[in-house]
Design a protein around this ligand. Structure first.
Ligand code: DX5
Ligand code: ZN
Length: 219
């Protein structure tokens, strides 16, 4: 099956957001990945609810909102109203993860959990059936354009085994440093969704790059 592609708007030209969203509308992208950073959970600030709303006004693809923030429970409803179809919180930011996942579902959104590079997939074992997607961070969250962490492949394979063992439908999304070199190996390990920021937006033809990612064949 072809991978789902979620270009990250973090790498777009913010002065031309409408144009960038329209470019994604015209591409093979399946989602628009929206990175929210609060300067506390991660050492960077991106943008918040009004900008997410502005993206949504032009988007014809579902918004995949990745909350890299402390206390995400306080903002779930706001991001849902701003157009998020998938809301992902960080495992490391949630004391009561099961409750947070229920809150996301009660808003009618899909629920995701992102895990930092140091967080073992096994920690999700008891909630995996409540998670629509796990975002495996393949860089330390906070910035686009970082180098892919090689340990991600074995982590994805372990997560896939866990999902299958539990009979869950959870999808695996990879976020950080994804490109055409590592994508085939990630898909072979069990990934379903690929986030790509700088690789898409810094390429000469982002629509073509998205098409190339989408066209990767599993060997
Ligand atoms: C990192 C973000 C990523 C980032 C990916 O904190 O969560 O979504 O935008 O960007 P690239 O593909 O450039 O690593
Ligand atoms: Zn992200």
């Amino acid at each position: 099956m072809a991978p789902l592609i979620a270009p990250s708007i973090l790498a777009a030209d913010f002065a031309n957001l409408q144009r960038e969203v329209e470019m994604l509308n015209s591409s093979a992208a399946d989602y628009i990945h929206v990175d929210i950073m609060d300067g506390v959970f991660v050492p960077n600030i991106s943008f918040g609810i009004p900008v997410t709303e502005a993206i949504q006004r032009h988007a014809k693809k579902p918004l995949d909102v990745h909350l890299m923030i402390e206390n995400p429970d306080n903002y779930l409803e706001d991001f849902r109203k701003a157009g998020a179809e998938v809301i992902s919180v960080h495992y490391e930011a949630c004391t009561h993860l099961h409750r947070t996942l229920q809150a996301i579902h009660s808003l009618g959104a899909k629920a995701g959990v992102a895990i930092n590079p140091h967080t073992p997939v096994e920690l999700l074992s008891d909630v995996i059936q409540d998670i629509d997607q796990v975002i495996v961070m393949s860089v330390n969250p906070g910035f686009g354009g970082q180098k892919f962490i090689e340990n991600t492949y074995s982590k994805v394979a372990r997560l896939k085994d866990l999902i299958l063992a539990k009979g869950s439908n959870t999808k695996i999304e990879i976020d950080g440093g994804v490109n055409l070199n590592n994508a085939p190996k990630l898909l072979a390990a069990g990934a379903d969704i690929l986030v790509a920021g700088s690789f898409v937006f810094n390429s000469p033809d982002p629509v073509l790059t998205i098409h190339q990612l989408k066209s990767i064949e599993l060997v």
